[in-house]
Every structure is written in C-alpha cells, then in structure tokens.
Design a binder for this molecule. Structure first.
Ligand code: HEM
Length: 122
C-alpha cells in the first residue's frame, strides 16, 4: 500500500512516533502456531514462560483446541496422515522471548484464562 501508484490507495497517514508499531492481532485465536517462526502451538502456551512451552509438537492438524486456542498438536498423525514434527531445539526453531511480566507469563492462571477470553474477541 505504501508504494501504491493509485493515489486513492496511498498510505498517507503514517507518521513516526518513536514508539512501538505492533503487528495487528486480528483473528489471533485462529492464527496458531504463534511467534514469527510458528514455534508455540497455542495462545495458552504463549502465556507460559518459555521453559514451560512445548519443546516438540506436531503441526498440520486441523482439529481446533478451543480451550488453549490453537490446533491440537500432541498426536504425530491425524486423519491417517503424518503431521510435521516441530522441534524447538533446532537452530531457527527457538520458542524463547515474549516472556516476563509485560507479556503476561507471570500472571496467575485465572488471569491467563481471562486474557484468552479477551483475545478470542479480536
Ligand atoms: C499481555 C501482554 C501481551 C499479549 C497478550 C501479547 C500477545 C501477542 C501474541 C498473541 C503474539 C503472537 C502473534 C502471532 O503469532 O501472530 C505476539 C507477538 C509479539 N508481541 Fe506481544 N503480547 C503482549 C505483550 C507484548 C509486549 C509488551 C511487547 C513488546 C514490548 C510485545 C511484542 C510482540 C512482538 C515483537 C511479537 C512478535 C514476536 C514474534 O513473531 O516472534 N508483546 N504478542
């Protein structure tokens, strides 16, 4: 959009704020797995400290987990076909970061569940 030749579609109102420009979280409940490398299978796992997030999980299942908000990632196969094993210990697959009080990982569980309910509304 920023470089569109069509003047009606130019991105005109962007201005530098010297702040943090976040990526939109629209529909985040259905955008698992999370983080830039898809290394965290559910939003519930993203609200845990990195050391407690799954180290190995399976991607490609289309069965949704409405409690933890993500796709079911435990079984290595679904619908008769193997799923992709995502090993977070491999280079480039790390699931660390987005951790600490500002990121919600130290909240009591009740608050984390409430936060998931809120994120469902995005
Ligand atoms: C309770 C507070 C927060 C919640 C619920 C939250 C939620 C999320 C979610 C759901 C994602 C995953 C997006 C995706 O995979 O598409 C994400 C990613 C991200 N968040 Fe937050 N966030 C919080 C706090 C913060 C803070 C305080 C910062 C920075 C100051 C931040 C910076 C980022 C960045 C940079 C990413 C992308 C990380 C990556 O892709 O590897 N978040 N956040």
């Amino acid at each position: 959009m920023l470089y569109s030749a069509d003047p009606d579609r130019r991105f005109r109102h962007f201005r530098k704020t010297w702040g943090y420009a976040n990526a939109p979280l629209d529909g985040i409940w259905l955008r698992a797995p999370y983080l830039h490398n898809g290394s965290v299978p559910t939003l519930w796992d993203l609200l845990q400290p990195a050391a407690q997030r799954p180290k190995l999980f399976y991607r490609g299942n289309d069965l949704y987990d409405p409690r933890h908000l993500g796709f079911v990632a435990d079984p290595p196969a679904a619908n008769g076909r193997p799923l992709f094993a995502f090993d977070t210990t491999l280079p480039g697959n790390g699931n660390a970061g987005h951790e600490g009080a500002a990121y919600g990982t130290t909240l009591p569980d009740a608050d984390k569940w409430a936060l998931l309910e809120y994120l469902k509304t995005f």
